[in-house]
Design a protein around this ligand. Structure first.
Ligand code: CTP
Length: 391
């Protein structure tokens, strides 16, 4: 996701600096190259040697190490992330003080800047710090966190640096091309749960991973995303409007009430086709459970296809084996623009894995087959095809 991107990573004097090598590693894993710049106080918490071992480049410390490093590093970076950022550094940045390499770079850097504050909650609440943050934000700098929680000193409150995954995602999000800006996209994900009685339900093996990946990819690309999700243990992407549901009926209502305002509906959810005709309030005796009466749930996608207006619709066909003919029929019956097939009988392209091997059929009946890839990559292909972008 960050292939070819050059990130300047600034570290200041907070205990959270022990997490910075991990941030650097995760960014490198995404394809970025990293240059680090560390303040003197920062180097008390994390040895520059550690950063150098992780990034394979010099950890820059000294404003006078080279006459132009305060300009060169700024000119050759795509994004500046300061993590952790102390109250002292934030206050300095707010009024443009340039008394070390990091703060001088901040003045000469013209690209996107992300700041991840980390400090004691009382320091964070201090009006001087709050005023500095607002002033810096007005200049377009993006603050990520801090989070609430237990702080290094034992106090509870707002001041913890955001988690590495959150910071890395913020970098990816900031640098992603916003080619879907202005698009409103509804994504459904996960299974539904149809209650039998107070203890039991009918559901399926869907983990929600594919739908969550589509929601994440669309958000990164600037779309306004509503994620309507059945029960899932996946971490919801930041910046989506999250709408958790349990049953097919709840999902139907959530989708159909939002469809009018949407540009696209992507039904990645594995909606249960059946539900008990009459859920019990108490617990059913096992002797009567075999007589359980079932009914069909509404086909949400079919209903959406009947009233889609200008919206484009994507359905999924989870097959055991690739049944192209039946997928084409589904596309026609449900009035879809695309149908995505995946063979759930394969170990690495079914439920609860991070990879998928998809095929896509469009309205004209054209079939495109794709190799096994990460679900996040498959998500981008589906979005490219849906909005006629070149994959
Ligand atoms: N779907 C839906 N409402 C349902 C069932 C399914 O909206 N009650 C959607 C799913 O989200 C998916 C597509 O329809 O996008 C799947 O269609 P379906 O006919 O259920 O096909 P399969 O899941 O492949 O299963 P089968 O053909 O075995 O029924």
């Amino acid at each position: 996701m960050l292939k070819g991107k050059r990130i300047l990573l600034g570290i200041t004097g907070s205990i959270a600096a022990y997490k910075t090598p991990d941030i650097a590693r995760r960014l490198i894993e995404q394809g970025a190259s990293i240059q680090t710049v560390i303040t003197e106080a920062g180097s008390k918490f994390i040895p520059p040697y550690t950063l150098e071992a992780v990034t394979g480049t010099t950890a820059h410390r000294d404003l006078f190490e080279d006459p132009f490093s305060h300009l060169e590093l700024a000119k050759t970076s795509d994004l500046f992330l300061i993590a952790p950022a102390t109250a002292n550094t934030i206050n300095k940045l707010s009024c443009g003080i340039a008394d070390n390499l990091l703060s001088t770079l901040m003045l000469s850097f013209e690209g996107p800047v992300l700041v991840a504050p980390a400090m004691n909650c009382r320091m964070y609440r201090n009006p001087v710090v709050q005023k500095s943050i607002k002033k810096i934000e007005k200049r377009g700098v993006i603050f990520v966190g801090p989070e609430k929680g237990t702080l290094a000193c034992g106090d509870e409150g707002e001041g913890r640096m955001s988690e590495t995954a959150v910071l890395v995602e913020s970098v990816v999000h900031t640098l992603a091309e916003k080619d879907l800006k202005g698009k409103k996209v509804i994504v459904t994900a996960g299974p539904t749960r149809e209650s039998i009685d107070v203890a039991r339900y009918i559901s399926n093996r869907s983990s929600g991973k594919m739908g969550y990946a589509i929601a994440l990819a669309a958000t990164r690309r600037g779309a306004e995303v509503t994620l309507i999700t059945g029960p899932s243990s996946e971490r919801p992407p930041q910046r989506v409007e999250l709408h958790p549901v349990e049953t097919a009926g709840e999902m139907e209502k959530a989708v159909l009430t939002r469809l009018k305002k949407a540009d696209a509906l992507i039904m990645a959810a594995a909606v249960s086709d059946i539900s008990p005709a009459r859920p019990e309030q108490g617990k059913l005796d096992k002797k009567v459970i075999l007589d359980l009466k079932l009914k069909k749930t509404a086909d949400i996608l079919k209903k959406a296809g009947e009233r889609k207006g200008e919206a484009v619709l994507v359905g999924f066909a989870a097959e055991s084996g690739m049944d192209i003919r039946s997928a084409k029929e589904k596309l026609k019956n449900k009035n879809l623009d695309l149908i995505v097939l995946n063979d759930i009988s394969k170990k690495d392209s079914g439920f609860d894995v991070d990879t998928n091997e998809i095929s896509i059929i469009d309205r004209k009946g054209n079939l495109s087959e794709y190799p096994l890839m990460q679900k996040i990559e498959a998500a981008d292909i589906i979005l490219d095809r849906l909005f006629n972008r070149q994959p």
